[in-house]
Structures are given as C-alpha cells and as structure tokens.
Ligand binder design. Sequence first.
Ligand code: 3HC
Length: 289
Amino acid sequence: MKQLYVAGAGLMGSGIAQTAAIRGFDVSLRDVDDSIVGRALDSIKKRLDSQVAKGKLEATARDEAVARLHPTTSLEAAGRADLVIEAITENFEAKRELFKRLDAICRDTTILASNTSSIPITRMAAATRRPDRFIGMHFFNPVPVMPLVEIIRGRETSEQTVATALELASALGKTPITSLDYPGFIVNRMLVPFVNEAIHALTEGIGTREDIDQGARLGLHHPMGPLELADFVGLDTHLYICDVLYEGLHDPRFAAPPLLRQLVDAGHFGRKTGRGFYRYGPDGGRLTE
Ligand code: 3HC
C-alpha cells in the first residue's frame, strides 16, 4: 500500500496526512476549498520545521515528506488511492454523502476507513457497495504524537480489511487495538464518563477547575486534566460523543452534563473558540484570569 487519500484537512486529517507522509506514504489531502487545504499544509510545514529546528527530523526527510503531500479539492483524486481515511466533521449525513461519492470513484479494491470517534461504522458502511472493505480507524489528537489507533470492525468488515488496517496502523508508527462497532468503541467509552464526572464535580463546587485538573495530572499521571482535555478535544465534539453514547446505551453515565450543554449553547467550544472551561489566546495558549 502506497497511496493514501485523506478526506478532511482539519486538525485530525492534517495530523494523519503529516504522519503518513513522514512514514513514506504518498498522501492526497482533500478539503472543500483551497484556503482550507492551504492552511493545513502550512501548519504541517510549520510543525515539521519545528521538528527540524529541535534536531528531531532531518531537513531532507522534511522536504521529502512535504513533496509526498498533495493538497487537493478533488474527490476524483481518490480514484488513485489504495486506502481512503475520512476525517471530516462528525455528522452522519455529511459522512454518508461523502462515502457514497467515494464509493463510486474508488477502485473496487480500495478500502474506505473512517476516523469517526463515535458514529457507527456499520451504518456508514451500509451507504456503500463495499461494507466488507469498510472499517474504522480512530486516531487521537494530536495525531503525530499520540501512539494509538483504534481499529473498529463493522458488522460486515472482512478479516482481510482488518489485517490491512492493522498493518497500515503499524506502518504509520502507531500501536493498534481492535474494537467491535459498539457505541464509543473502547477509548471514548472510558473517557466520556471520566470527563463527565469532572464536569459534575465542577458544577457541584467540589473543587475549582484547577483543582480538578491538577488532581488528574498529579494524582493519576494524566498529561492533561479532564477539563483542559475537554477544551482541547472541543466541547462540541465531547457533547456530540456523549449524545451518541447515551442514545446507543441509554445509560445515565453517558448523559451530557447540563453545564457542558450550556457552554456549547453559548458558543464556547473550548480551545478552538478561545473559551471553554478556560480562556485561550489566538495562538491557543491558555490565558490566566
Ligand atoms: N500537533 C503535532 N504535534 C504536537 C501538537 C500538535 N497539535 N501539540 C504538541 N505537539 C508535540 C510537540 O511538538 C512536542 O513534540 P516533541 O516532543 O517531538 O518536541 C510534543 O508534542 C510535546 O509538546 P509540548 O512540549 O509543547 O507540550 P506538552 O508536553 O504539554 O504536550 C500534549 C502536549 C502532547 C498535547 C500533551 O498535553 C498530551 O498528551 N495531552 C493529552 C492528549 C490526549 O489525551 N489526547 C487524546 C484526546 S481524545 C481523542 O483524541 C479522541 C477523540 O475521539 C475525542
């Protein structure tokens, strides 16, 4: 496998494309308009430049990786891909529409993978004529740093497709785990109740946001506390995942805390909007209040 096509040049898509290009894959990175793919390519170059400046990457390796990245707005370019990874917004209708079109464009042998954090793989696969060659590959943010990929088998996913996805994850330098297509898969099933409990603790005044985050950082050795992690992931995304889990499992552990919903209603999505549980400057750095 040599040719990848990444649909969606946001944070996750550009992280996946960067990782794949560094690992020697030819990558088309697609989004709907030139300015989005242009911005994604600029941020990848900036990150690679900083790796070079830190002495962690050879300048020639950076240049070769950049040469392997092909920004595009074309869906037809997916016709050359061995495997497509979709990383667009978490919206079932948008994903279904995209997969339908990709299914018509891609070669019969091409595997379609979704980076969804919560939408059922089986449901998206059913929009295509290749549910056996459809799989979940769930990466973690920031993709170049986080070592895990969750491989999610849909109801019809073939063993061959699972084997190829496992091989690809390893070739990308990641460690894969496999999960059934069950709400939240493995990691978000564990993460959501943890973050929700932190939000309830804040709402109930048990501790300040700083106390709660410090508790997880210093007491549990987490790199980020649950509230700062929710801001980092995006409160809108966390809310979406809560709703999918609650709808799928009908278990109150997954019900969105009212404070979370209220922050999202107010447009405070976390780091990306400059405000969530904390406030952030334009460079994403946390502001002290
Ligand atoms: N993209 C690429 N690389 C990044 C990055 C980004 N956005 N942010 C940081 N990095 C790199 C830095 O370049 C640095 O690399 P180096 O060691 O090679 O120089 C390394 O990460 C460490 O960065 P910093 O020293 O600047 O900062 P920290 O040590 O504070 O680490 C962090 C930042 C890696 C984000 C760390 O805080 C962390 O691991 N946080 C937890 C992240 C996490 O849990 N992610 C999973 C979220 S859940 C998810 O994604 C699933 C979804 O479905 C919800």
